[in-house]
Design a protein around this ligand. Structure first.
Ligand code: URA
Length: 238
Protein backbone atom coordinates (compact mmCIF):
# COMPACT_ATOMS: atom_id res chain seq x y z
CA UNK A 1 0.00 0.00 0.00
CA UNK A 2 1.20 3.48 -0.83
CA UNK A 3 0.12 7.03 -0.18
CA UNK A 4 -2.26 8.28 -2.85
CA UNK A 5 -0.26 11.41 -3.70
CA UNK A 6 2.89 9.31 -4.11
CA UNK A 7 1.25 6.89 -6.52
CA UNK A 8 -0.14 9.78 -8.56
CA UNK A 9 3.29 11.44 -8.73
CA UNK A 10 4.92 8.13 -9.67
CA UNK A 11 2.56 7.75 -12.59
CA UNK A 12 4.41 10.74 -14.07
CA UNK A 13 1.47 13.14 -14.52
CA UNK A 14 2.58 15.70 -11.91
CA UNK A 15 4.73 16.33 -8.86
CA UNK A 16 3.79 15.04 -5.43
CA UNK A 17 2.93 18.55 -4.25
CA UNK A 18 0.62 19.08 -7.23
CA UNK A 19 -0.97 15.69 -6.52
CA UNK A 20 -1.67 16.83 -2.95
CA UNK A 21 -3.34 19.98 -4.26
CA UNK A 22 -5.49 17.94 -6.64
CA UNK A 23 -6.55 15.60 -3.82
CA UNK A 24 -7.48 18.52 -1.53
CA UNK A 25 -9.49 20.10 -4.36
CA UNK A 26 -11.54 16.91 -4.74
CA UNK A 27 -10.19 16.12 -8.20
CA UNK A 28 -9.13 12.57 -7.37
CA UNK A 29 -11.34 9.49 -7.30
CA UNK A 30 -10.33 6.06 -6.06
CA UNK A 31 -12.57 3.19 -7.15
CA UNK A 32 -15.34 5.68 -7.94
CA UNK A 33 -15.15 7.61 -4.66
CA UNK A 34 -13.82 11.16 -4.31
CA UNK A 35 -10.91 11.18 -1.85
CA UNK A 36 -9.84 14.41 -0.20
CA UNK A 37 -7.77 12.99 2.65
CA UNK A 38 -4.03 13.25 2.07
CA UNK A 39 -2.13 10.08 2.79
CA UNK A 40 -4.99 7.71 1.96
CA UNK A 41 -3.41 4.33 1.30
CA UNK A 42 -3.97 2.75 -2.10
CA UNK A 43 -2.29 0.12 -4.21
CA UNK A 44 -1.63 -0.46 -7.88
CA UNK A 45 -4.86 -2.48 -8.26
CA UNK A 46 -7.04 0.49 -7.28
CA UNK A 47 -8.59 2.51 -10.12
CA UNK A 48 -7.43 6.09 -9.69
CA UNK A 49 -8.93 8.95 -11.70
CA UNK A 50 -7.37 12.40 -11.71
CA UNK A 51 -9.59 15.04 -13.29
CA UNK A 52 -11.61 12.16 -14.73
CA UNK A 53 -8.61 10.50 -16.39
CA UNK A 54 -7.36 7.10 -15.31
CA UNK A 55 -3.71 7.11 -14.26
CA UNK A 56 -1.39 4.25 -15.03
CA UNK A 57 -0.03 2.66 -11.89
CA UNK A 58 2.72 0.14 -12.12
CA UNK A 59 2.95 -2.96 -10.04
CA UNK A 60 6.14 -2.93 -7.96
CA UNK A 61 8.84 -5.26 -9.21
CA UNK A 62 12.05 -6.30 -7.46
CA UNK A 63 14.99 -8.09 -9.02
CA UNK A 64 18.41 -9.21 -7.88
CA UNK A 65 20.80 -9.07 -10.83
CA UNK A 66 24.37 -10.28 -11.15
CA UNK A 67 25.67 -7.40 -13.25
CA UNK A 68 28.19 -8.26 -15.96
CA UNK A 69 31.18 -6.05 -16.86
CA UNK A 70 30.67 -3.39 -19.50
CA UNK A 71 27.13 -2.44 -18.59
CA UNK A 72 26.31 1.02 -17.32
CA UNK A 73 24.04 1.58 -14.31
CA UNK A 74 21.93 4.24 -15.91
CA UNK A 75 18.70 4.49 -17.87
CA UNK A 76 20.40 5.78 -21.01
CA UNK A 77 23.92 6.39 -22.25
CA UNK A 78 24.98 9.08 -24.70
CA UNK A 79 28.01 7.02 -25.71
CA UNK A 80 25.80 4.12 -26.73
CA UNK A 81 27.13 1.69 -24.13
CA UNK A 82 24.96 -1.20 -23.00
CA UNK A 83 22.67 -0.33 -20.11
CA UNK A 84 21.79 -2.51 -17.17
CA UNK A 85 17.99 -2.38 -17.61
CA UNK A 86 18.33 -4.20 -20.96
CA UNK A 87 19.21 -7.33 -19.02
CA UNK A 88 15.81 -7.67 -17.36
CA UNK A 89 12.78 -8.81 -19.27
CA UNK A 90 10.07 -6.46 -18.04
CA UNK A 91 7.97 -3.55 -19.24
CA UNK A 92 8.07 -1.90 -15.81
CA UNK A 93 10.20 1.24 -15.47
CA UNK A 94 12.80 -0.31 -13.21
CA UNK A 95 16.13 1.22 -12.30
CA UNK A 96 19.18 0.18 -10.27
CA UNK A 97 19.37 0.88 -6.53
CA UNK A 98 22.68 2.74 -6.41
CA UNK A 99 25.43 2.19 -8.93
CA UNK A 100 28.15 -0.23 -9.82
CA UNK A 101 30.89 1.03 -12.14
CA UNK A 102 30.90 0.07 -15.82
CA UNK A 103 33.65 -2.49 -15.16
CA UNK A 104 32.32 -3.77 -11.81
CA UNK A 105 30.35 -7.01 -11.67
CA UNK A 106 28.01 -8.40 -9.04
CA UNK A 107 24.90 -7.95 -7.03
CA UNK A 108 22.58 -5.07 -7.74
CA UNK A 109 18.89 -4.61 -6.92
CA UNK A 110 16.63 -3.35 -9.69
CA UNK A 111 13.16 -2.04 -8.89
CA UNK A 112 10.50 0.54 -9.69
CA UNK A 113 9.83 1.03 -5.97
CA UNK A 114 11.25 4.48 -5.19
CA UNK A 115 10.42 4.20 -1.49
CA UNK A 116 12.50 1.07 -1.07
CA UNK A 117 15.32 2.48 -3.22
CA UNK A 118 15.48 5.57 -0.97
CA UNK A 119 15.51 3.47 2.20
CA UNK A 120 18.37 1.34 0.90
CA UNK A 121 20.42 4.27 -0.35
CA UNK A 122 19.98 6.52 2.69
CA UNK A 123 23.30 6.65 4.60
CA UNK A 124 21.50 6.60 7.97
CA UNK A 125 20.21 3.08 7.28
CA UNK A 126 23.78 1.75 6.96
CA UNK A 127 23.08 -1.04 4.50
CA UNK A 128 26.15 -3.30 4.28
CA UNK A 129 27.76 -4.06 0.93
CA UNK A 130 30.52 -6.63 0.53
CA UNK A 131 33.01 -6.56 -2.34
CA UNK A 132 35.82 -8.76 -3.56
CA UNK A 133 38.62 -6.60 -4.90
CA UNK A 134 41.65 -7.89 -6.77
CA UNK A 135 44.31 -5.33 -5.96
CA UNK A 136 47.91 -4.63 -6.93
CA UNK A 137 50.41 -4.52 -5.21
CA UNK A 138 49.78 -6.70 -2.15
CA UNK A 139 48.70 -5.07 1.12
CA UNK A 140 51.24 -4.63 3.90
CA UNK A 141 50.14 -5.24 7.50
CA UNK A 142 50.27 -1.48 8.14
CA UNK A 143 48.00 -0.81 5.17
CA UNK A 144 45.58 -3.49 6.32
CA UNK A 145 45.41 -1.85 9.74
CA UNK A 146 44.96 1.61 8.28
CA UNK A 147 42.09 0.33 6.09
CA UNK A 148 40.43 -1.21 9.13
CA UNK A 149 40.93 2.00 11.10
CA UNK A 150 39.22 4.06 8.37
CA UNK A 151 40.48 6.24 5.54
CA UNK A 152 39.48 9.76 4.70
CA UNK A 153 38.11 10.18 1.17
CA UNK A 154 37.32 13.77 0.20
CA UNK A 155 37.22 14.74 3.86
CA UNK A 156 34.79 12.00 4.96
CA UNK A 157 36.15 8.93 6.72
CA UNK A 158 35.14 5.61 5.21
CA UNK A 159 35.22 3.00 7.92
CA UNK A 160 34.99 -0.56 6.55
CA UNK A 161 33.28 -2.92 8.97
CA UNK A 162 35.37 -5.88 7.77
CA UNK A 163 38.52 -6.31 5.70
CA UNK A 164 39.99 -9.72 5.01
CA UNK A 165 42.70 -10.95 2.66
CA UNK A 166 41.15 -14.00 0.94
CA UNK A 167 44.09 -14.81 -1.35
CA UNK A 168 47.65 -13.61 -1.30
CA UNK A 169 49.78 -14.05 -4.43
CA UNK A 170 53.17 -12.40 -3.90
CA UNK A 171 54.55 -13.86 -7.17
CA UNK A 172 52.01 -11.77 -9.17
CA UNK A 173 51.92 -9.05 -6.53
CA UNK A 174 48.15 -9.29 -6.21
CA UNK A 175 45.78 -9.81 -3.29
CA UNK A 176 42.12 -10.73 -3.30
CA UNK A 177 40.53 -8.64 -0.55
CA UNK A 178 37.03 -9.00 0.87
CA UNK A 179 35.81 -5.69 2.17
CA UNK A 180 32.49 -4.67 3.71
CA UNK A 181 31.34 -1.06 3.89
CA UNK A 182 28.15 0.77 4.74
CA UNK A 183 28.31 3.66 2.39
CA UNK A 184 27.41 4.14 -1.23
CA UNK A 185 29.63 6.90 -2.61
CA UNK A 186 30.57 6.41 -6.25
CA UNK A 187 33.90 4.58 -6.83
CA UNK A 188 34.33 4.29 -3.07
CA UNK A 189 36.23 0.99 -3.09
CA UNK A 190 38.59 2.09 -5.87
CA UNK A 191 39.15 5.37 -4.05
CA UNK A 192 39.86 3.61 -0.75
CA UNK A 193 42.61 1.56 -2.33
CA UNK A 194 43.86 4.49 -4.38
CA UNK A 195 44.30 6.42 -1.14
CA UNK A 196 46.85 3.82 -0.04
CA UNK A 197 48.42 3.55 -3.51
CA UNK A 198 46.85 0.33 -4.78
CA UNK A 199 45.05 -0.30 -8.03
CA UNK A 200 41.84 -2.29 -8.18
CA UNK A 201 42.20 -4.67 -11.13
CA UNK A 202 38.83 -6.35 -10.68
CA UNK A 203 35.85 -5.61 -8.50
CA UNK A 204 32.72 -7.58 -7.77
CA UNK A 205 29.95 -7.09 -5.23
CA UNK A 206 29.07 -10.35 -3.54
CA UNK A 207 26.57 -9.21 -0.90
CA UNK A 208 24.06 -6.45 -0.38
CA UNK A 209 22.36 -6.29 3.02
CA UNK A 210 21.51 -9.98 3.73
CA UNK A 211 21.33 -10.84 0.01
CA UNK A 212 24.04 -12.85 -1.71
CA UNK A 213 24.76 -13.29 -5.38
CA UNK A 214 24.80 -17.07 -4.82
CA UNK A 215 24.55 -19.30 -7.88
CA UNK A 216 23.54 -16.53 -10.30
CA UNK A 217 25.94 -16.26 -13.23
CA UNK A 218 26.81 -12.79 -14.52
CA UNK A 219 23.87 -11.47 -16.54
CA UNK A 220 21.39 -13.68 -14.68
CA UNK A 221 18.74 -12.38 -12.31
CA UNK A 222 15.97 -13.56 -10.04
CA UNK A 223 12.88 -12.05 -8.49
CA UNK A 224 13.15 -11.05 -4.82
CA UNK A 225 10.74 -12.92 -2.56
CA UNK A 226 8.06 -11.09 -0.55
CA UNK A 227 9.96 -11.93 2.64
CA UNK A 228 13.18 -10.47 1.22
CA UNK A 229 11.39 -7.25 0.23
CA UNK A 230 9.88 -7.02 3.71
CA UNK A 231 13.29 -7.53 5.31
CA UNK A 232 14.78 -4.81 3.09
CA UNK A 233 11.99 -2.43 4.12
CA UNK A 234 12.89 -3.12 7.76
CA UNK A 235 16.20 -1.28 7.22
CA UNK A 236 14.34 1.99 7.78
CA UNK A 237 13.68 1.06 11.41
CA UNK A 238 17.07 -0.36 12.30
N1 URA B 1 33.12 1.02 -5.35
C1 URA B 1 33.75 1.20 -6.55
O1 URA B 1 34.85 1.71 -6.61
N2 URA B 1 33.09 0.78 -7.65
C2 URA B 1 31.89 0.18 -7.63
O2 URA B 1 31.37 -0.19 -8.68
C3 URA B 1 31.27 0.00 -6.38
C4 URA B 1 31.90 0.44 -5.25
Amino acid sequence: MERLQKLIAESGICSRRKAEELILKGKVKVNGEVITKLGTKVDSNDVILVDGKKIKTEKKEYYLLNKPRNYICSLEDKEGRKIITELIDTKARIYPVGRLDYDTTGLIIMTNDGTLANILMHPKNRVEKTYLAKIKPCLTMEELFSLKAGISIDGIVCHPSRVKIKKHDPSKEVDLVEITIHEGRNHIIKNLFKAINHDVLKLTRTKYAFLEVGELQTGEYRYLTKEEVKKLYAYQNK
